[in-house]
Design a protein around this ligand. Structure first.
Ligand code: GTP
Ligand code: SPV
Ligand code: MN
Length: 588
């Protein structure tokens, strides 16, 4: 409807209309009037529920189908031409076969429904980093979420001539056996069907900004990563930036919105959030790595978010937010989730819409463990003044991390870039609720990209290794672990805001402002170089958190060897050498 004359765009949309056969087609122009009308429609049909507008203005609740509550990695495919290019960690199917399968599912799937055409931009519209897409969907929930998470409408449509990612989503009947999340890198195309949840269907996020963009990054010489971006301002007023890759539900949003401990605040430290989930990083003219956040909002984990753990996130969700699969407090039409506070509502509906109260729940959680908020970035009290800087921010440190009960120390620094890539490649984490499967079992999740790398993982590591040549002033690479537990299974390190103490050491290392001791696995802090003033952690506990257990690491080496084996000849030699060198140091 006049938003573009681009024939490629219009022809492609016509083909999808012919396939899905919607009753109506509506272009999303990005205007508040149109979005408001859609909110009202979604409330009228029960797709969304309007919350208490005095306490939570512009906020809504949505409940997804109970069988559709997380990303489905087993139903996610990379359909490049050759199976070997998808690699052993991705599902693959021949593109022709997959298109045939999908076309059957899409055929007539929108009969009697409206197809929404969402032109959107990842990144600041018109900036050199920006990339464009169109998502066609029959879900108002998707439209409203995309309008928070990305830049949608006319402004984005004006740039479609620069090329665009084609996306099609149909909810159909949500049959889990016919659920598909498919990326076609050769066609720059994304297809989702039979899901209405999060990363499966908000295609700008994991499908585009990671799976498709990782392919573009490889071709064009940059990196698309599952990383937060955080600015840390020191008492001198200088802001230094880090990125951090932790697996899903392992603390990116929390670290991205960190509030320094009181003592740090008094001294003048401040943190700025640039992004909480995805970073696109390119080499700048100065030879440093520069990062932008391609998103425009936060799709964050609700449970565990509270006034103490992450007040900035909580504030961010107090207006213009869509809550998915949290509990509804019927007394005042507000939301609740586990660990929000110590006062669970007594008259509530759980995430499935069933009556819930702490007395009768029998331990059943009120909110789904992967319940989420979709909140505009501009709501965030600590959003960085550089959030919309088209050039991004220069990165001093890259931080990898996961949930490890025992093995990984609180923090260590890699020896150099290649060793840093190795440290990223051996990341392991105990599984969380952000994906289907058994929570708790350890799995390797290199660079937190196992579910998101759009091509062969070994080629991806090679791309990381190759990047060194073009980054003359590379960031230093670290690994952190906030999740070591004691004999009772309790976290030893207080985490959250206190992680600032570790960040301070990391940044000092980047600018040669503090020392370290060399160990088998890399550089570790001297116990006295981590500031413990004002925190209830003893020097002995810290020493324990900074210990390297040789026996555990020897087991770890065996685990890594097992993991690496599946990559065969494709495993970059530099990584095989790093593993041998680590083993040799542990034996020495
Ligand atoms: P995705 O959105 O799935 O990519 O997750 P994320 O990496 O942004 O994780 P998030 O920050 O939402 O944290 C997930 C869970 O980890 C929450 O339950 C947090 O309370 C918990 N968490 C985050 N940081 C820490 C920490 O420093 N220590 C401990 N013990 N828990 C943490
Ligand atoms: C994750 O699982 O890493 C998320 C949520 O950030 S989703 O958008 O569902 O992928
Ligand atoms: Mn994520």
């Amino acid at each position: 409807m006049g938003m573009t004359n681009n024939k490629t765009v219009l022809d492609w949309i016509d083909q999808q209309i012919a396939l899905c056969k919607p009753e109506k087609v509506v272009w999303i122009d990005g205007s508040e009037e149109q979005l408001e009308a859609l909110r009202q429609e979604a409330c009228a049909t029960g797709e969304m529920y309007k919350l208490n507008q005095e306490k939570l203005p512009g906020c809504y609740l949505h409940r997804s189908d109970p069988t559709d509550v997380a990303r489905v990695e087993s139903r996610t495919f990379i359909c490049c031409e050759k199976k070997e290019d998808a690699g052993p960690t991705n599902n693959w199917m021949d593109p022709k076969e997959m298109y045939a399968k999908l076309n059957k599912l899409y055929d007539g799937s929108m009969k009697g429904l409206t197809m929404y055409v969402i032109p959107y931009c990842m990144g600041v519209v018109g900036s050199p980093f920006a990339k464009y897409g169109i998502e066609l969907t029959d879900s108002i929930y998707v439209v409203l979420n995309m309008a928070i998470m990305t830049r949608v409408g006319k402004d984005a449509a004006a740039y479609l001539d620069e090329g665009f990612i084609k996306g099609l989503h149909a909810k159909r009947d949500l049959n889990p056996d016919d659920r598909y999340i498919v990326q076609f890198p050769q066609d720059n195309a994304i297809c989702s069907v039979n899901s209405g949840y999060g990363g499966n269907v908000l295609q700008g996020k994991k499908c585009f900004a990671l799976r498709i963009a990782s392919n573009l990054g490889r071709q064009e010489g940059w990196l698309a990563e599952h990383m937060l971006i955080l600015g840390i301002q020191n008492p001198q007023g200088e802001v230094r930036y880090v990125t951090g890759a932790f697996p899903s539900a392992c603390g990116k949003t929390n670290l991205a919105m960190l509030i320094p401990p009181e003592g740090y605040q008094k001294d003048g430290w401040k943190c700025w959030c640039v992004g909480d989930d995805i970073a696109w990083m390119r080499v700048g003219p100065d030879g440093r790595l520069w990062a932008v956040n391609p998103e425009n909002g936060f799709f964050g984990v609700a449970p565990g978010t509270n006034e103490k753990s992450n007040p900035n996130a909580l504030h961010t969700t107090q207006k213009g937010t869509i809550f998915t699969n949290v509990a509804l407090n019927l007394d005042d039409d507000t939301v609740w989730w586990e660990k929000l506070d110590k006062n669970p509502p007594h008259n509530a509906l759980d995430w499935m819409g069933n009556p819930w109260s702490p007395e009768t729940a029998g331990g059943r959680p009120a909110a789904h463990p992967n319940s989420r908020f979709t909140a505009p970035a501009k709501n965030c009290p600590c959003i960085s003044p550089e959030f919309e800087n088209p050039n991004g921010v220069p990165i001093s440190a890259i931080i990898f991390g996961g949930r490890r009960a025992k093995t990984a120390p609180l923090v260590y620094q890699s020896r150099d870039w290649a060793h840093g890539v190795f440290v990223g490649s051996i990341m392991g984490s105990e599984k969380t609720a952000a994906a289907e499967g058994t929570v708790g079992e350890t799995r390797r999740d290199p660079m937190a990209m196992i579910p998101f790398c759009g091509y062969h993982m070994a080629d991806y590591w090679q791309h990381w290794l190759d990047m060194e040549k073009s980054i003359s002033n590379p960031p230093k690479i670290f690994n952190v672990n906030w999740f070591r537990t004691d004999d009772k299974g309790e976290f030893i390190w207080p985490g959250f805001g206190e992680n600032m103490r570790v960040l301070e050491w990391i940044l000092k290392r980047c600018f040669d402002e503090t020392g370290a001791r060399e160990t088998e696995i890399g550089y570790l802090p001297n116990v006295d170089d981590i500031n413990l003033e004002g925190v209830d952690v003893s020097r002995e506990t810290l020493a324990d958190l900074l210990s390297v257990d040789k026996a555990l690491w020897t087991e770890e080496v065996a685990g890594i060897r097992d993991f690496y084996r599946q990559f065969g000849d494709k495993l970059p030699k530099a990584l095989a050498d790093e593993l041998d060198a680590l083993e040799a140091r542990l034996k020495a």
